[in-house]
Structure formats: C-alpha cells, structure tokens
Design a protein around this ligand. Structure first.
Ligand code: ATP
Ligand code: MG
Length: 211
C-alpha cells in the first residue's frame, strides 16, 4: 500500500453452501490486485435472493468457511451477518462494517459476475456505492460487459473488475454432485470435502433443486 493511502478491506459475501475454489480464487485475485488487507468472508444468514431454497445450517456454512480460509493469512471470517436476526441485506452489513472500522478504511465489496449484475436490481444501489467500492470478478457463464458497462459509466470511480482464472465451479453443482454420488474432489479444499461427508450434508434433495 502506498504511504498515506487508506487501509483497504475486502468483503466477500456469500452463502458458501459450500465454499469452493471459485470463491477463494476470486477473493485472492481481488486481494492481490487491490491490495486488500484483510479480506473478510461474510457468510450470510438468510439471503433475501435465496428465500425459496433451504440453505444449510449457518453453523455448517460458517465452519466450512473457516476451514477453507484458515491457510491464507490475509483471509478472515466475519460473523456479522450470522449474528443478526432476519434476512441479510448487504446494505445493513456495509453500514455495520463502516461503523466498526470508521472512516480511515476503504471497503471493497467483492462479487462474481452474476452477483454484480444483481446489484442493478438492488434498491439501495446508490447508498451501497456510497459506502464501498465494488470489485466484479469474472465468472464462467456470466457476461460482465453490457450491464457492467452501464453501471461503470454511472459510477465510474466506484466499480472495478478483476480477471480471475476461469473456474466453472458453483455450490449448486457441488450439492448436486454429492446428492448423485459424484466426486467433488479438487473443486473445494479437502478439509471442506471431509466436513461435508462427516456431517452428511447435501445428500437429500432440496425441493428448489429438484430439476
Ligand atoms: P450457489 O450455486 O448456491 O448460488 P455460488 O457458487 O454461486 O452458490 P455464492 O455463495 O452464491 O456461491 O457466491 C458468493 C459470491 O462468490 C458471489 O459474488 C458469486 O458471484 C461469487 N462466485 C461464486 N462462484 C464463483 C466462481 N466460480 N468464480 C467467480 N466468482 C464466484
Ligand atoms: Mg450464487
């Protein structure tokens, strides 16, 4: 970090059901590109956009996130959303973190291409962009260009992109693989894989994923 510059903290929000290498690679790429210290992984409690999908117990998602991030000295896990009642709205989380860290830090919210495109539909988008910068990571299967071009034109100094080595991994696919008895090795850290099997996660079919 250049002298006199504000400390930059990264925030990687997600359901992490389970956390996988796509999340970790995106967070690490953003950390390196924007000099973030630390990157806070923030598992959400009740994501508003996944209301219909039965998300795994917060305890499991928190512990898997801890296991996955433990070997990276720049990564930390925050319970800020888990310890808050009700749905997890990013705007509330950012306000809390802003109050916690004070005005001497810059906050950088990291998200994949699909999540940043959702941002366009968030009702408090202007407030959000006033609280933090956004880093959109490339993700296979999602086009960043068109919508992000629109966002970037409007908020040029607040929205950035970072190129991530493409990993077509998703939690949905990992859950499906476990259910179908297919391997998940090399898609996520071994410690998380072992945790999933030990606790019997994802074996039963979730109604929303019964396609
Ligand atoms: P699900 O399939 O359950 O939606 P997910 O794999 O999309 O799970 P989330 O917890 O929803 O994981 O995602 C958290 C954040 O990580 C989001 O901003 C998402 O865009 C980003 N992300 C997830 N997978 C990748 C990936 N393979 N590459 C880049 N970013 C990713
Ligand atoms: Mg997702």
């Amino acid at each position: 970090m250049t002298e006199g510059a504000l400390r930059r903290i990264g925030i990687m929000g997600g359901t992490f059901d389970p956390i996988h290498y796509g999340h970790l690679v995106a967070a690490e790429a953003a950390r390196a590109a924007f000099d973030l210290e630390p990157v806070l992984f923030v598992p959400n409690r009740l994501p508003p956009h996944k209301k219909d999908y039965p998300v795994s117990d917060a305890k499991h998602r928190y512990l898997m996130t801890v296991l996955a991030t433990i070997t990276n000295p720049h990564f930390e896990v925050s319970r800020v959303e888990l310890d808050r009642e009700g749905y997890s709205y990013t705007i509330d989380t950012l306000r809390l973190l802003r109050a916690k860290f004070g005005p001497t830090v810059d906050l950088y919210f990291i998200s994949g291409a699909d999540a940043i495109l959702d941002l366009l539909s968030w009702k408090d988008v202007d407030d959000l962009l006033g609280l933090c910068y956004f880093i959109a990571a490339t993700r296979p299967g999602y086009k960043l260009s068109v919508e992000l071009g629109h966002l970037q034109r409007k908020h040029a100094s607040r929205v950035f992109t970072v190129e991530v080595p493409a990993l077509a991994i998703s939690s949905t696919d990992i859950r499906r693989r476990v259910r179908e008895g297919k391997p998940i090795k090399y898609l996520l850290p071994e410690s998380v894989e072992n945790y999933i099997y030990k606790h019997g996660l994802y074996y039963s079919k979730a109604p929303a994923e019964d396609k």
